[in-house]
Design a protein around this ligand. Structure first.
Ligand code: SF4
Length: 221
């Protein structure tokens, strides 16, 4: 299990509260009954969307959030996903709905779960393979749960993390999404496989037939 840092922070903040622990248990039970990792991921995505819709109905939140289309700092960091989330993305690739740079994905996957190895890559090489040339997410409606909750309140320039040390700098202030974080915690807890996006996606893609991987590579030539 590779819990996203921001989700872990929320968990650590409330873990001593018995009603919070009870809530997490209820959420986990709900997800475990679904069994199918894709179904679990889609359910949590819906729950996250609901919380964000409610938060963004407040004009003050809309005013405070600094994110804008094309600013992609958070898409150059390590993003954690569950198996279900990776399967949703892998299906879009396999069906030819989107094209990604597989070589770049495999290079990123070589860093494994290590943040220090990942931040040794240059900034461009760290860009998520789902970013298009205009800095937009090609899988916006199917993006992983943590990509949905990332809304920055601080200066967006601080999101452009160039080194590991900068990544540990607390100057990046995010909108609190406690309900979503709780659902994401339950999702990762229930997932058989989770980790950083390049590693989990590569593993999920490798479960397809080798011929299919070659087909994907060719379509990206
Ligand atoms: S999936 Fe989309 S939102 Fe998430 S890191 Fe990749 S490009 Fe960014």
């Amino acid at each position: 299990m590779s819990m996203p840092a921001v989700v872990m922070r929320t968990y650590n903040m409330f873990k001593d509260d018995s009603s919070f622990r009870k809530l997490i248990k209820q959420m986990s039970r709900k997800l475990s009954k679904m069994r199918d990792p894709v179904k679990q991921a889609k359910y949590v995505h819906k729950k996250v969307n609901e919380e964000l819709k409610s938060q963004f109905s407040d004009p003050l939140v809309r005013e405070l959030v600094q994110c804008a289309k094309g600013c992609t700092g958070c898409c150059h960091t390590q993003v954690s996903v569950t198996e279900g989330e990776a399967l949703i993305l892998a299906e879009k690739i396999q069906q030819g709905d989107i094209r990604i740079d597989l070589e770049k994905l495999f290079r990123q996957a070589e860093a494994g779960e290590s943040a220090s190895q990942f931040y040794r890559l240059d900034y461009q090489s760290r860009g998520c393979v789902f970013l298009d040339e205009d800095g937009a997410c090609q899988v916006y409606d199917d993006r992983p749960s943590v990509c949905r909750t990332n809304h920055v309140l601080s200066d967006p320039k601080d999101c452009e993390i160039k080194t590991l040390e900068q990544g540990q700098n607390p100057s990046v202030q995010l909108l609190n999404t406690y309900s979503s974080d709780s659902w994401i915690y339950a999702l990762f807890s229930e997932s058989r496989l989770s980790g950083v996006l390049p590693v989990v996606l590569k593993r999920v893609l490798s479960q397809f037939k080798v011929r299919d991987i070659h087909d994907i590579s060719k379509s990206n030539d």
